[in-house]
Design a protein around this ligand. Structure first.
Ligand code: SF4
Ligand code: SF4
Length: 341
């Protein structure tokens, strides 16, 4: 497996990584086997979070005995210094390691949240303390907001950015990839398959491999998933005219519905948490029955109060057809999910 330099961290990481949410779907022992198969194939970067159920425990089991060969990326959602450090302690324990390669501040979605993070006694200070103690080797940030991603990359404070990037949600292509390169910030691409909504690994991974400073971190559930991805990485990445035709067709079909979770559409006058409702199907594909977040039910109920005022669509920078997508997502819930919960 090819390696690539992850920006100024100077870490040489595998050309693709493994994302740590779908690995929650199989039973524990199967998940460990899947992860080990990925490692054996040379996929040695794994991205997870303290908040992803027992994902870190599964990964800890899989990397035992080969820690030095693996790049472990994990996250905390806590914003206060003390709580972030407590979460870090938990991550180290669950991953059975004494250091994290890249520690991320998870899902920083607004300028206000970004500014709070940097205040004394908030999570960024925890990062500095952990860097000094050696518990963490590099720090970064994950976000769904392009503006926050750009701020992060140009700030000089973070070594890695994690941002959604796939051939449908491809705003990073023009607005982030070169900026990250210029500032030598490592770029991990989340949502390589748009949360499971893009199903063609050949197309999705080949597209991202066109960007030599971007490392896709697709979610992995089965041995077949990781073997298929590795086959793409080890094959010819050239996008053929037929590939481009398919990309254009999928963009036309799904481009107005795939939500980036940037939250620019909020607030809604009906207090609907729009991105949650826009993502019912992808959350179901990602988390399944076992992990489908309980709070989703509240958002679904609230989603049903939409009066189609359209305010959200005026604010969405991706010109998504929010009203129609909300209706379709609620129908999907009624049809495919409700009876299974
Ligand atoms: S269209 Fe629906 S979701 Fe959008 S702002 Fe209006 S009430 Fe909220
Ligand atoms: S609907 Fe649009 S504005 Fe709202 S979170 Fe999704 S992409 Fe962002």
């Amino acid at each position: 497996m090819q390696k690539v330099r992850l920006g100024k961290t100077n870490l040489m990481v595998s050309r693709v990584g493994m994302g740590g949410i779908p690995i929650l779907l199989p039973p524990f022992d199967t998940a460990v086997k899947v992860l080990k198969r990925g490692l054996d194939l040379g996929v040695t970067l794994i991205d997870t979070s303290f908040g992803y159920d027992d994902s870190e425990v599964r990964i800890g089991e899989a990397i035992a005995g080969r820690r030095e060969d693996v790049t472990v990326v994990t996250k905390t959602s806590w914003r206060s210094k003390d709580r972030a450090l407590k979460a870090l302690e938990g991550s180290l324990k669950q991953l059975k390691t004494d250091y994290i390669d890249v520690w991320l501040f998870h899902n920083v979605s607004t300028t206000e949240a970004y500014e709070i993070l940097l205040r004394p006694n908030e999570a960024f200070a925890a990062g500095q303390e952990a860097l000094a103690s050696g518990a963490v080797r590099h720090i970064g940030l994950s976000t769904h907001s392009l503006a926050i991603a750009q701020k992060t990359v140009t700030s000089g404070l973070f070594e890695v950015i994690v941002f959604p990037f796939n051939f449908v949600n491809n705003h990073a292509e023009d607005h982030l990839v070169e900026l990250a390169r210029k500032h030598d910030v490592g770029f991990l691409a989340m949502k390589s398959f748009a949360g499971g909504q893009l199903t063609d690994a050949n197309l999705a991974i080949k597209y991202l491999l066109q960007f030599d400073n971007v490392v896709p971190i697709p979610g992995i559930e089965t041995v077949e998933n990781i073997e298929e991805i590795v086959e793409v990485v080890e094959g010819d990445w050239t996008l053929t005219p037929e590939d481009w035709q398919r990309i254009v067709a999928i963009r036309e079909r799904q481009g107005s519905t795939l939500c980036m979770w940037c939250e620019y559409c909020k607030p809604c006058p009906k207090e609907i948490n729009i991105p949650w409702v826009m993502n019912i199907e992808s959350m179901w594909i990602l988390w399944g029955k076992r992990g489908f977040p309980g709070r989703m039910l509240k958002h679904i109920d609230q989603g049903r109060t939409c009066d189609e005022c359209g305010e959200c669509e005026d604010k969405c920078p991706y010109q998504l057809n929010i009203r129609e997508t909300l209706r379709a997502q609620l129908d999907y819930y009624d049809r495919e999910i409700k009876h299974q919960l």
